[in-house]
Design a protein around this ligand. Structure first.
Ligand SMILES: O=C1C[C@@H](C(=O)O)NC(=O)N1
Length: 379
């Protein structure tokens, strides 16, 4: 399908400014961004009439579709064994969960869905577009990160059952032991060319640095334990939640690690959240951290992330930095900056037209386009 969006004010995330131009969409991609494109080229014409056009927002840490905010339950946590790298998020996602419609209508076009944090090595996270009838329609990348969890959650699942891990020592010890076995397996394979073991093969993309670990860590010491282990093995990683990151940033400021903050507006429901502060978003940004703002659905709903960042801008966060936290920063953290996160020729046609500033609470999405298709329209 070809679509021509005319007369939009297009937000350039990389420069932090609006340009007036038309956008031609063809074969699911952004084909041209120019002034006064020829109307005859298009099949479907959308007159943006001076409205703002932004790249689709991205939520890089979500359990949407797998852990509902209603009564359908939790398919994100397989808490029968603390190490379950073979669990794949997409096998737990219901594409018809109503939350997908809610976040599409709030401008979100891509999510990283991840297993929960009840297990130490919890399983495989996937990148999905928010529009489609089946996982196949939505899938961008299946195995895109391996989820790990430090701290209270795995302890509170297994400790009361008198199983390991019941302490933080066991969390690090068990993760390290599993990774050592995986590395030994890969070394053996290289030397002896023995037959493949499908379980240990799961770790190959992590060991070969093709994908990052996605690390759930709230408390400062948990964050530093995670970094210590990643550095021992030379793995790539993102630090998710990062609740006490502002208390230990001196230790990590030069490491250029993507940090995925969230959920915002959180209730301090457990001890390790006690030092959480929304102020940290601005402080960490000023220290040069590449922040992505995430919902951790169902702990918050992605539709409120833009309002949260609007409040942070009111409190002094730079506007363009706030927009980057929902666009180019998560695209980079998920290794798909070549496809999404900004409005550029050749990128996926994931575009959102707003009747105002997206960080302003009264603004509505008028149209959401995903993969070059109209996925939501307000009228
Ligand atoms: O299972 C969970 C719970 C939640 C938390 O931070 O407690 N965050 C997660 O990422 N997964």
């Amino acid at each position: 399908m070809k679509i021509l969006i005319r007369n939009g004010q297009i937000y350039d995330v990389k420069k932090g400014l609006f340009i007036e131009a038309d956008i031609l969409i063809e074969d699911k991609k952004i084909k041209k961004i120019e002034k006064d494109l020829d109307v005859r080229e298009s099949l479907k014409l959308i007159d943006a009439d001076g409205k703002k056009v932004f790249p689709g927002f991205i939520d890089a840490h979500s359990h949407i579709g797998m852990w509902t905010d209603t009564t359908n339950g939790n398919d994100a946590n397989e808490c029968t064994h603390p190490i379950t790298p073979h669990m794949r998020a997409i096998d737990g996602v219901n594409p018809r969960d109503k939350s997908f419609n809610e976040i599409k209508s709030a401008g979100f076009t891509t999510v990283m869905v991840t297993p929960g944090s009840g297990n130490l090595i919890a399983g495989q996270a996937s990148i999905l577009k928010t529009h489609g009838n089946t996982i196949k329609d939505m899938l961008v990348k299946d195995y895109s990160a391996l989820k790990l969890a430090f701290g209270e959650n795995p302890k509170s699942v297994y400790g009361p059952r008198e199983q390991s891990p019941s302490s933080r020592m066991a969390i690090s010890g068990m993760i390290r032991e599993e990774f050592k076995k995986a590395v030994l397996y890969i070394e053996m394979m290289e030397k002896e060319k023995t037959s493949k073991d499908i379980y240990w093969e799961i770790y190959r993309p992590v060991i070969e640095k093709q994908i990052p670990l996605k690390i759930h860590a709230h408390r400062g010491d948990d964050i530093l334990s995670a970094i210590r282990i990643c550095e021992e093995f030379g793995f790539r990683y993102t630090l998710d939640h990062f609740t006490e990151g502002h208390l230990i940033f001196d230790e990590i400021k030069n490491k250029d690690i993507p940090v995925l903050l969230g959920p915002p507006f959180m209730v301090k429901s457990k001890r390790e959240l006690i030092n959480g502060s929304s102020e940290a978003v601005r402080v960490l940004n000023e220290k040069g951290f590449k922040i992505s703002m995430t919902s951790d659905h169902p702990f918050s709903n992605a539709r409120y992330l833009s309002s949260f960042l609007g409040l942070m801008v009111k409190d002094g966060l730079d506007y363009n930095e706030a927009i980057k936290m929902l666009t180019i920063n998560p695209a980079k953290a998920m290794d798909i900056e070549n496809r999404i996160g900004s409005i550029e020729c050749g990128k996926d046609a994931d575009l959102v037209i707003y009747n105002g500033d997206p960080l302003e609470i009264r603004t509505n999405v008028v149209t959401t386009i995903i993969n070059g298709e109209i996925a939501y329209s307000r009228n």
